[in-house]
Design a protein. Structure first.
Length: 172
């Protein structure tokens, strides 16, 4: 897979706690903009375990609703679960989807705990306090609503397309 949008960094300058027991952020999202119909096959993001045991994360691509994730998948193929690791540093996770075409527009990469029943376990999703991606911004979901932690925060992420190869074979 190759990066269509690349806002990745190995810096762990800033992060948002994701997980918890209802009093902490349960979801973190990053919007991104496609300027034309684009085929995507996955995303990458960075996270590190901060408290408790590793847990699985559900990763989705959702449509936009008034500047926040809508809760509706952009396509039925754009959801998967990734296995969380126990490392506390900035681990890069890859979420692979069935290759899907999306029309031009704004979409949301959403990461949340796969099981809401596991309390007191948290991952830090890494990003930047300075606006590093001009095509979108981050949001956090807690207490039943999407909100911003800062006005110019961005998650470290990549939107991936299928690897494309070109060439031909000549048979004699």
């Amino acid at each position: 897979m190759s990066a269509i949008i690349n806002n990745d960094s190995t810096s762990t300058a800033y992060g948002w706690a994701m997980g918890g027991d209802g009093t902490y952020i349960r979801r973190v999202a990053q919007s991104f903009t496609l300027s034309e119909t684009t085929t995507i096959s996955g995303v990458k993001f960075r996270a590190g375990l901060t408290t408790g045991s590793a847990f699985d994360m559900t990763v989705t691509i959702e449509t936009n609703n008034a500047g926040a994730p809508s809760g509706t998948l952009a396509d039925a193929n754009l959801t998967t679960t990734v296995t969380g690791e126990s490392g506390t540093g900035s681990t890069q996770y890859t979420a692979s989807f069935t290759t899907t075409s999306l029309v031009a527009g704004t979409y949301w990469l959403v990461v949340k705990k796969a099981s809401e029943s596991t309390a007191n376990n948290y991952y830090q999703l890494w990003g930047s306090e300075g606006s590093t991606y001009a095509g979108g911004n981050e949001k956090v979901y807690t207490s039943g609503a999407w909100g911003e932690l800062g006005t110019s925060d961005d998650m470290y992420f990549q939107v991936l397309g299928p690897d494309e190869t070109s060439g031909f074979l000549i048979f004699f």
